[in-house]
Ligand binder design. Structure first.
Ligand SMILES: NC(=O)c1ccc[n+]([C@@H]2O[C@H](COP(=O)([O-])OP(=O)(O)OC[C@H]3O[C@@H](n4cnc5c(N)ncnc54)[C@H](OP(=O)(O)O)[C@@H]3O)[C@@H](O)[C@H]2O)c1
Length: 284
C-alpha cells in the first residue's frame, strides 16, 4: 500500500470472539471500516446487509464460523466481487471450501488470500494473531501492513490449500493435547494427587506447552468461558478427518477425541470452551 494514498476501505464479516476484536484493531489502525455479522451489533460501523458492506469495501475479510457460514455469506457477496477487490478468508474451513473460494475468486477476477490463524481470544485482543497466509507473494507483500493491524506475524505458506491443511493439523494437536490433559488430570485426581501437583510435574517435562499452561488451571477450576468454542473445535475435527480420509489415512486418535467432543456438544455445551472435554470425567 502506497503511503501517500488513502488507506483502503475494509469490510469485516463475522463479529464473533475473534472478528469483533479484529474489527476494533483494523479501525484503530486507521482503515475506514464497515462491519457485518448475522446477528446485529451495536456498533456505529455496522451494516446489516453483507452485500452492501462488500460493495463499499476494497478489502473484505471474513472471521466467520464454519464452511456453512462462509459459503452462504460468500454467495451473497459474490455479485459485487471484481478485480478491484480482495477477499481474505480467516475462518478455519475445509479442503473443498478452500478450493471453492480459490476458483470462485479467480472466476470473478478478485484477489484471494487464505489466511487462517493461530491465537485465541487473548491474542486477538492484543492484535497478536499469527496468520498462515497462502496466496500470491505479491498480494501478501501488498497486504502486509494491513495484516499487521491484527497480527504479530504473517507466515507465508505454499498455497491457499496448504494454509487450510496446516491450520487443521495444528488444531489436531491442540484437541488431542486437551483430551490427553483431561485424562491425565482425572487419573491423578482419582489417585489422590492434586491437580496442581500434576501441572507442576508437567512444567519441567518435555510434554509441557503454552496450551497446557493456558488450559490446565482453567480446567482445574471448571472455568469454561469460551476462548475457542467446543462447537468450533468439533467442526475443525470433522474437517481434519476429511483431510485424513482424502489421504487414505486412518487417524484413530483424533477420531476418538471427535467422538468425545460430539458427546459434550450433544449435551448442549457447544458454546463453552473446548477444554470442557474435561467434564467427561468430572460429571455425567
Ligand atoms: N476463537 C479462537 O480461538 C480461534 C482460533 C483460531 C481459529 N479460529 C477460527 O476463526 C473463526 C472465527 O472464530 P470465533 O472464535 O470468532 O468464532 P465465533 O465466536 O463462533 O463467531 C462465529 C461468527 O460466525 C457467524 N456465524 C455463525 N454461523 C453462521 C451462519 N450460518 N451464517 C452466517 N454467519 C454465521 C457468527 O455470527 P453471529 O454471532 O452474528 O450470529 C459469528 O460472527 C472460526 O472459523 C474459528 O474456527 C478461532
Amino acid at each position: 500500500m502506497n503511503q501517500n494514498q488513502p488507506l483502503p476501505t475494509v469490510a469485516i464479516l463475522g463479529l464473533g470472539i475473534i472478528g469483533s476484536q479484529a474489527a476494533d484493531h483494523i479501525a484503530t489502525g486507521g482503515y475506514p471500516s464497515i462491519t457485518w455479522s448475522r446477528s446485529a451489533r451495536d456498533r456505529s460501523d455496522f451494516e446489516p446487509d453483507p452485500k452492501a458492506a462488500a460493495d463499499k469495501a476494497d478489502i473484505i475479510v471474513c472471521y466467520l464460523k464454519d464452511v456453512e457460514a462462509v459459503r452462504k455469506t460468500f454467495e451473497t457477496i459474490k455479485p459485487v466481487l471484481c478485480p478491484e477487490k480482495t477477499f481474505i478468508n480467516h475462518a478455519t474451513i475445509d479442503y473443498e471450501t478452500t478450493e471453492y473460494l480459490v476458483s470462485e475468486c479467480e472466476r470473478k477476477g478478485c484477489a484471494f488470500l487464505n489466511a487462517p490463524f493461530t491465537g485465541s481470544k487473548v491474542a486477538a485482543g492484543k492484535a497478536s494473531l499469527v496468520y498462515y497466509a497462502g496466496g500470491d507473494e505479491s498480494l501478501i507483500d501488498r497486504l502486509q501492513p494491513f495484516l499487521q493491524t491484527t497480527s504479530a506475524h504473517v507466515m507465508r505458506v505454499p498455497s491457499p490449500l496448504a494454509a487450510t491443511i496446516l491450520k487443521l493439523t495444528t488444531n489436531l494437536i491442540t484437541a488431542s493435547t486437551v483430551q490427553a490433559l483431561a485424562e491425565g488430570l482425572s487419573i491423578n485426581i482419582a489417585h489422590g494427587i492434586p491437580a496442581h501437583t500434576y501441572l507442576s510435574a508437567i512444567d519441567p517435562n518435555a510434554c509441557a506447552s503454552a496450551l497446557i499452561e493456558m488450559k490446565g488451571p482453567t480446567m482445574t477450576e471448571g472455568d469454561y468461558d469460551p476462548h475457542f468454542s467446543l462447537s468450533n473445535m468439533l467442526k475443525d475435527a470433522r474437517y481434519m478427518l476429511d483431510l485424513a480420509e482424502r489421504a487414505g489415512l486412518e487417524t484413530p486418535g483424533i477420531a476418538n477425541t471427535t467422538a468425545q467432543m460430539q458427546k459434550r456438544n450433544d449435551l448442549g455445551e457447544g458454546e463453552r470452551d473446548f477444554s470442557i472435554l474435561f467434564r467427561q470425567f468430572t460429571q455425567e
